[in-house]
Design a protein. Structure first.
Length: 94
């Protein structure tokens, strides 16, 4: 039973590390998108998304940005869940 808990803990640690790397990568992509959106708005001289002249590219990038924010939040939630499960496993093993 102790070996199984060790394996589960090790697997959880690997999964948590992978999720952290994904969050970092997605956050970097998110920051790039924010800059790209600002650049496109500046180029078009329109920053109001409700304006009919608002660039289509900026709209698409804003939608992508919003989706990335949701994905990052879901991954952070998953990371918290893994941490809680790992703490629980340590408590049970002790």
């Amino acid at each position: 039973m102790k070996i199984q808990r060790h394996f589960e803990t090790e697997t959880a640690q690997r999964e948590a590390a992978q999720i952290r790397r994904m969050i970092v990568d997605l956050d970097r992509t998110l920051r790039i998108l924010v800059c790209d959106i600002a650049t496109e708005e500046e180029r078009a001289q329109v920053s109001d998304p409700s304006d009919i002249c608002y660039p289509v590219l900026a709209r698409v990038m804003a939608a992508r940005r919003d989706n990335l924010k949701i994905t990052i939040a879901a991954l952070q939630e998953r990371l918290l869940l893994i941490g809680a499960r790992a703490s629980e496993a340590i408590t049970i093993a002790a």
